[in-house]
Ligand binder design. Sequence first.
Ligand code: 9MR
Length: 362
Amino acid sequence: MKRWSSHRLLLLLLCILIAAIPLIAARGQSGPASRAAAPTDVPKSLRDLAAGRGILIGTAVEPLPVRADPDYAPLLTREFNLLTTENVLKMGPLRPDITTYYFEEADFLVDFAESNGMKVRGHTLVWHNQLPEWMTDRTYTTSEMTWIVNDHITTVVERYRGRIWAWDVVNEAVLDDGSLRPNVFLQTMGPDYIEKAFEWARAADPDALLFYNDFGAEALNAKSDAIYAMVKDFVERGVPIDGVGLQMHVDVNSPPNPADVASNIMRLSALGLQVQITEMDVRTSGDPSEAERQAQIYAAMLEICLEAPACTAFETWGFTDKYTWLGTQTAPLLFDPLYDPKPAFFALLDVLNRAADQSPLP
Ligand code: 9MR
């Protein structure tokens, strides 16, 4: 047999390849393995759907799992476009002594949020809990405490001016019976400490949204009545406040009445204030049979938020049951400890999808 020279063999291979190009291209366009079809198969994320409805969807975050758990950040940045600093901006962790501020951890989370297109809620400037020992170990005079709180708000809010979208300026200052919580600020500065905090925050960043944030005041009760009266008075007197945060730490067996939550949001929005669901979780006994009921509670609260134009953000207090302040037995969040989505996650997706169908964007 006649032997083929190597350059003739090469030529033959080239011809076969050229002849096959149209076939390969056609399969690429219409075959079952078509890559062009892939993007439509990927379900939209909570953050994509929420953005289409004009609200932000967020969650509380600690630096440790962002740094150390490889499964954590990809899901966080896929599903959420708002990040609340769970602990790092509280006075205890932030201010180890009266003149020292430790910003490293907060800087890390703010940088992380920015590089992933997420807005930041700063939590929290004035709170009776998680205070540094130097504050709780001795008593201060009125002018000393006024200086401490003013320096704190001014230093922290100025540092993140233009980078922190919204602040929980004062957190949990009201008790269930509607009276002011007798904390160290009330005891030294008197009831005016709340409005002073808002004024100092406004001066430090005129563009940040300023919130009063509390728990157990989602529906209609003595506490939410007192908060309503307080912020109404602030609005009337020109104290700079932009909104009220409803934390929404609830139990699967005793959720707030949805109609009452809607009424509460309505009366706050009639004052010209925004409302945000800031810390939602739904505690269960850990029994998986409660997962559907938990999902309905999440869905009901998101629906209320979507129906109220004043409700501008919906946030959960963490997103995986692997990391929750309630302990891992209570399964309060949207993903299980292995990061598998729970019925609560699908219920939120469903609410956002249905809302998008009802009012398509122009
Ligand atoms: O989730 C926070 C937890 O890690 C802290 O140990 C705890 C300290 O009290 O605070 C938790 O967050 C709280 C938030 O700052 C204010 N609202 C209630 C939240 C749950 O306790």
